[in-house]
Design a protein around this ligand. Structure first.
Ligand code: GUN
Ligand code: ZN
Length: 459
């Protein structure tokens, strides 16, 4: 099955770094103003100019024409909790209070396969309409919550990473497992799901606070037994949490050192937040290929702190962008990039738009250890991509008229964009989401938008 996608095409080959405009190394990205993808059986067969793609494709190859819009690899959300879809917009005094008050009581219900499946469906719809085609996902402590999520992701042919939460202390009894049960359940889930279709498992101790020494050892044992499997947790998010970890693990040099001690640093391993690290921690993460999931809307919402993105990148740490719903306030990676820009600015770093879009695509894929399959349009990769609309809203359309360079255009989407900017989302070359255009005749409001083959959701 061959298909041509025509549009302005952009993808990254490496970190564009700090250089902007004329001075940027063109080796880090590819950009075709009148470009195209040739997709064959769900994979990229060619990415280049429309002229070259058309010459290559047999006559009669169907064309999806997105001329005037930007075709970009799908976003990679490197840390998000699907069971917290119903926790979003719940205020708290800080991380620990918020967990106790809203998060744990909500997660309690995910031993119910019906509730878990319904939430997973909604969550996947939400990812797709925001242009996110891959995510690294926390389930809950219940194995049923993982089965429900992977069942939904598998049916939609999504590339997803997820895992059962391991937690055996400092949480309500209704969410507590044991070291042995968490090992047994995780292993069973790995054997059932890891490597099936586009699914991958992540060993997922919630954070050092909620696991005993025995459970941390079990997480380490799973990591050793399955050396290519991803690890996923939280690290150094709030100052109160860091102080608690210091009390619980008095022998540790730092919070990161706790995970290191149990053999939980490697590539791929993703730690959300990482705000309160020192230079030695960053050096160690860089050496291990362990990634930070930068979650700026969550960090602002919970009052956790401001990640110093520049220091992390300068020290060679892998960084992905994450919504961290429900601590995060949006499923939109564009809104999350806007917050990343603002948080970085407060730390004295002006994040270039090109680098921001790199972080949200290829860098996220690298963090998850999936860059052989996704993250850009290199030959043979899976054709997960999105189409960004320069006329998504009246304001974006108006502002876009004054954007002359690619960097300026990206910055408009980053600053003003949200789910409305995502015109279409394709998974393995098949359109899974398309948004209807706004119409000034209808009072400038968006008309209904539909998942392909699904029921309309209001725009
Ligand atoms: N730390 C431990 N659990 C969580 C969680 O669910 N959300 C966030 N933001 N931080 C955590
Ligand atoms: Zn989280």
């Amino acid at each position: 099955m061959l298909k041509l996608i025509r549009g302005e095409v952009l993808h990254f080959l490496s970190d564009p770094g700090e250089e902007t405009g004329m001075h940027r190394s063109v080796a880090s990205y590819r950009h075709f103003e009148d470009g195209a993808l040739l997709v064959e059986d769900g994979h990229i067969a060619f990415c280049g100019s429309w002229q070259d793609a058309r010459a290559l494709a047999p006559s009669g190859t169907p064309v999806d024409d997105h001329s005037g819009r930007l075709v970009l690899p799908g976003f990679v959300d490197t840390h998000v909790h699907y069971p917290q879809t119903d926790v979003i917009a719940s205020p708290g005094k800080g991380l620990l209070d918020w967990l106790d008050r809203y998060t744990f009581p909500t997660e309690r219900h995910f031993n119910d396969p019906v509730r878990a499946a319904e939430t997973a469906e909604f969550f996947c719809d939400e990812l797709l309409c925001n242009g996110t085609t891959t995510a690294m996902v926390f389930a809950t402590v219940h194995p049923e919550s993982v089965d429900a999520f992977f069942t939904v992701a598998q049916r939609r042919d999504l590339r997803m990473v997820a895992g059962k939460v391991m937690m055996d202390r400092h949480c309500p009894a209704f969410l507590r497992d044991t070291a042995q049960a968490s090992y047994d359940d995780s292993k069973r889930l790995i054997q059932r799901w890891h490597g099936i279709d586009r699914l991958a498992y992540a060993v997922t101790p919630r954070f050092a606070v909620t696991s005993t020494d025995a459970q941390m050892q079990m997480a380490g044992a799973l990591a050793k037994e399955f050396p290519t499997i991803a690890l996923h947790s939280h690290l150094a998010e709030s100052e109160a949490e860091v102080a608690w970890v210091r009390e619980l693990y008095p022998w540790s040099r730092s919070y990161l050192d706790v995970y290191d001690h149990y053999g939980l640093l490697r590539q791929p391993a993703v730690y959300a937040h990482c705000i309160w690290l020192d230079p030695e921690d960053r050096r160690r993460m860089a050496d291990c290929g362990t990634a930070i999931a930068f979650s700026p809307t969550s960090n602002l919402f919970l009052g956790s702190g401001l990640l110093n993105l520049r220091e992390a990148l300068d020290d060679g740490v892998r960084v992905g962008i994450a919504t961290d719903v429900g601590g995060g306030t949006s499923f939109s990676m564009l809104r999350t990039l806007a917050a990343a820009y603002q948080v970085s600015h407060l730390n004295g770093y002006v994040l270039p738009a090109m680098r921001a879009f790199y972080l949200a695509t290829l860098s996220g894929a690298i963090a998850l250890g999936l860059d052989e399959s996704i993250g850009n349009f290199s030959d043979g990769k899976e054709a997960d991509f999105i189409v960004l609309d320069p006329e998504a809203t009246p304001l974006i359309a108006r502002r876009m008229k004054h954007a002359e360079t690619l960097e300026e255009k990206l910055f408009v989407w980053l600053t003003l964009g949200d789910d409305r900017a995502v015109k279409a989302t394709y998974v393995k070359g098949v359109k899974q989401w398309e948004r209807a255009a706004w119409s000034s005749a209808a009072g400038s409001s968006l008309s209904a938008a539909c998942p392909q083959g699904g029921s309309p959701r209001s725009g």
